[in-house]
Design a protein around this ligand. Sequence first.
Ligand code: 5GP
Length: 118
Amino acid sequence: MSDTIFAKIIRKEIPADILYQDDLVTAFRDINPQAPSHILIVPNKPIATAADVTEEDEAALGRLFTVARKLAEADGLDQGYRLIVNCKEHGHQEVFHLHMHLLGGRPLGPMLASSQGG
Ligand code: 5GP
């Protein structure tokens, strides 16, 4: 499997604002934040997309949610936040190492722009 920028961040080969790391996941701030809080939470295992997850990944995928909850609390996102996983081309995924976006710190509006239609 080809390496991604996130694999290099997990291995601390390139700099990132890492907020949390354990045996299953790593969390760091997005380099191009779309909200006052924009954190990426990634499994350490290089799963390419949400379409590639298997039952053996369930512990790491569950950990994404518990770490998201803790980091949201740490960033004071008590009014709520959004968790997003983009998948492949139609999901506008840019980095092919599965990751959860944690976005918050302001009202985020509807999930999809209404002008983009259904
Ligand atoms: P995607 O579109 O794949 O769901 O999101 C990829 C995210 O990774 C984007 O929000 C982008 O800003 C972020 N990103 C891309 N390269 C880097 C990087 O080198 N460092 C950090 N911290 N974030 C990155």
